[in-house]
Design a protein around this ligand. Structure first.
Ligand code: C5P
Length: 223
């Protein structure tokens, strides 16, 4: 059978992971958070004491890494690195910076490409990331580019971090978001960019339910 795929791309904090997960639940599709995969590689580089910009050293770690995604009944994705559940560590701001750094390394992107495609070949998926519609699943049935203003994205991420007990200020979170936007959009390999056939959805000022309703309308209109 032919599996269906929905690609959701956009910058950090645009609400991709929450919206993609809820949309997947509504459609009965598997939700795949590709940011968590890059974050896992970032965490490994961080633990190894490497600089995220040291492409050769990070690439040298890859053959020894076994990454696994597991999905619970709640639709939440957990990440395992060589059998260890690292999910709880992935949203730390330090890991975010490392993820952004290692994601610019061509060897890292190539290493993760097959893994992402493989999942989409075996499941109906809603996959969120930066290059899903452009590189990973260029033939996705629906492509959505989700965005929101940097200030709104920083405010959301700030609330999320505060709820986790992280002490970062709003200013720090905004600066980090702007830096990641710049890194993600300007890198040579698979930069953050809307696919030509993507539908744009700007969630600035929209409550979650309204964003979800609009997203589902876009998806159902194309499936
Ligand atoms: O989406 P999330 O913020 O969890 O992603 C973490 C980092 O991983 C991003 O800043 C980006 O650099 C990288 N990433 C990527 N390609 C993807 C998903 C994430 O480069 N498909």
């Amino acid at each position: 059978r032919n599996y269906r795929s929905i690609a959701i791309d956009g910058p950090s904090g645009a609400g991709k992971s929450t919206l993609a997960r809820l949309a997947a639940q509504a459609l009965g599709f598997l939700y795949v958070d590709t940011g968590a995969i890059y974050r896992s590689v970032g965490l490994i580089a961080l633990r190894a004491g490497l600089s995220p910009g040291d492409g050769d050293a990070v690439a040298a770690l890859l053959p020894g890494i076994h990454l696994e995604l597991c999905h619970g009944k709640d639709g939440l994705q957990r990440m395992y690195v060589n059998g260890e559940d690292v999910t709880g560590e992935l949203r730390r701001p330090e890991v975010s910076s490392y993820a952004s750094g290692v994601s610019a390394i061509p060897g890292v992107r190539a290493f993760l490409l097959d893994m992402q495609r493989d999942i989409a070949q075996k499941n109906d998926v809603v996959m969120d990331g930066r290059d899903i519609g452009t590189v990973v699943l260029p033939r996705a049935d629906v492509k959505v580019f989700l965005s929101a203003s940097p200030e709104e994205r920083a405010a959301r991420r700030f609330e999320e971090l505060k709820a986790r007990g992280d002490g970062s200020s709003y200013g720090e979170v905004l600066a980090q978001i702007e830096l990641r936007d710049k890194n993600d959009s300007s890198r040579q390999v698979a930069p953050l960019k809307a696919a030509e056939d993507a539908v744009f959805l700007d969630t600035t000022g929209l409550p979650l339910e309204e964003s979800l309703a609009r997203l589902l309308r876009i998806i159902r209109g194309k499936l």
